[in-house]
Design a protein around this ligand. Structure first.
Ligand code: HEM
Length: 471
């Protein structure tokens, strides 16, 4: 390891440091922090991964232009020459798409909008589905994912699918196939030399290139069809949804030589919004159900507040937030404890620079140790406990605690769907808890460990939960 690099694990050439099986990924990060402090390095394959384990240092770094780009990884580019869309793109394309998406989310989600209506409608529908499984231990139904996907469909395409619609099934199959093959692309990014050791056809099979090419094409065609339908019914005036907005922007800029708009870019932007916005919100809600099921007193208190503020089945809007401090506390505590995206998304150092006095070489990949920060006694008392009260002051008012809390990341690439996610969490939590309660099946305790198969997203384990309809 070059002497001026941050301390940490360098390991062997080409393969980097391969940990022994046993400790979880987070245990490794905690041990590295204990040994080396706030900034440490872990070489994975050929990638120099640097972890920042301090809230202030991370905020300062991720607010700097030199850490704004994503790494030039195939996994992020979907094997394109350069990434489209917003999650993985860089430069002007990223900047334009981020600004555009934030504006659309603001305009389409403001006040009593179609988007808020859709969230309320989907939450009410889900409550009905859950009520049907009352009294019978069963996993959280797939309907939760459908409800969240439908909210995104309302945002981007101004429509929601019926649960039986074959198009929904086609869409879900494509999503799953892209996710599966995308993970295999990581092999190229971390062990790129493998391609020189094996015949090309074998390497392509290893990285599932053919599967990715087919599903990518399928996905783009699915969205091209949607774009054509929008184009055929596009009218002047305010856009109906995000696709309309993009098509209008494309028309406005058609003579601009610097335009970054294209149909292909819009297709990838849509893929990004569905990927970034569905599993995250679905899993956060699942964690919330699990925490409530294991903390009945918290659930009682939450329901008492909801009943008082939203009587007779009235559904919440963002305007009710200030009158629901305990609900806010439960949602924040769920986001803190679950730390769903435990090391966030990766940022690359555009040039040689420093973080917290440590030299960071150009090309190093910076990660925020979100999970470990969320469970660090420097920021939280009894961090492993689920304690919504930590978010309330002596008068029972909700207090936003910023230091040590970053479930949506931080800085220039902070989650752009945060406002939508927060609105969904509020409306789904209140609508469901108004009607239903969650509990562990009799004689069982829910397992609150995450599924360790995926170290990059802390998915809750699939297990039975008991739903009951409130009297
Ligand atoms: C509870 C739900 C959610 C969580 C915990 C979450 C978390 C995150 C995190 C940690 C990042 C990485 C930030 C970084 O690069 O440093 C991110 C990025 C992103 N999220 Fe979310 N997210 C959630 C919901 C959503 C929703 C609903 C949408 C879409 C409507 C969305 C769209 C995005 C996009 C597009 C990015 C990339 C931003 C960029 O690269 O500029 N997220 N999110």
């Amino acid at each position: 390891k070059p002497a001026n690099y941050p301390p940490g694990r360098w390991g062997l050439p080409l393969v980097g440091y391969v940990p022994l099986p046993g400790p979880t990924f987070e245990d490794h990060l905690r041990n590295l922090y204990k040994k080396h402090g706030n900034v440490y390095l872990w070489r994975m394959g050929t990638q120099t991964m640097v972890f920042v384990h301090d809230y202030q240092l991370l905020r300062d770094a991720f607010n700097r232009m030199e850490f704004t780009d994503r790494p030039n990884w195939e996994m992020f580019k979907f094997n394109e020459v350069a990434a489209y869309g917003v999650v993985s793109s860089n430069g002007a394309l990223w900047h334009n798409n981020r600004r555009f998406s934030l504006r659309q989310l603001r305009d389409l989600g403001m006040g009593k909008s179609r988007l808020v209506d859709a969230v309320q409608r989907q939450a009410a529908w889900l409550a009905g589905v859950l009520a049907k499984q009352a009294g019978r231990p069963a996993p959280v139904p797939h309907a939760l994912k459908i409800a969240i996907v439908n909210v995104l469909w309302q945002l981007v395409g101004g429509r929601e699918f019926d649960v039986e619609d074959p198009k929904l099934k086609e869409f879900e199959d494509l999503t799953k196939a892209v996710l599966d093959s995308e993970a295999s692309l990581a092999i190229q990014d971390f062990l790129p030399w493998l391609r020189y050791l094996m015949p090309t056809f074998l390497f392509k099979r290893l990285i599932k290139q053919d599967v990715l090419d087919v599903t990518k094409k399928g996905f783009c065609e699915f969205f091209y069809e949607e774009m054509d339908e929008h184009r055929a019914t596009l009218k002047p005036g305010p856009p109906r949804d995000l696709i309309d907005g993009y098509l209008m922007e494309m028309d406005n800029k058609k003579d601009d030589p610097d335009t970054t708009c294209s149909k292909k870019d819009l297709a990838f932007l849509l893929i990004d919004l569905f990927f970034a916005g569905s599993e995250t919100t679905t899993s956060t809600l699942t964690w919330l159900f699990y925490y409530l099921a294991t903390h009945p007193r918290v659930q009682d208190k939450l329901q008492a507040e909801i009943d008082l503020v939203l009587p007779e089945g009235q559904q919440a809007t963002l305007d009710d937030k200030s009158r629901l401090p305990y609900t806010e506390a439960v949602i924040h505590e769920t986001l803190r404890k679950s730390a769903l995206v435990p090391i966030g998304l990766q940022h690359v150092a555009e040039k040689d620079t420093t973080v917290g006095g440590h030299f960071i070489p150009k090309g190093a990949v910076l990660n925020g140790a979100i999970f470990t920060i969320h469970h660090d006694t420097r920021y939280w008392d009894n961090p492993d406990e689920f304690l919504p009260e930590r978010w309330l002051n002596d008068e029972g008012k909700f207090v936003t605690k910023k230091e040590g809390f970053l479930p949506f990341g931080i800085g220039k690439r902070q989650c752009l769907g945060e406002s939508l996610a927060r609105m969904e969490l509020l409306v789904f939590t209140t609508t469901l808890l108004q009607r239903l309660s969650f509990a562990s099946p009799q004689g069982k305790t829910l397992n609150l460990h995450h599924d360790t198969k995926n170290p990059f997203v802390h998915l809750p384990l699939v297990q039975d939960i008991l739903v009951s309809v409130r009297a």
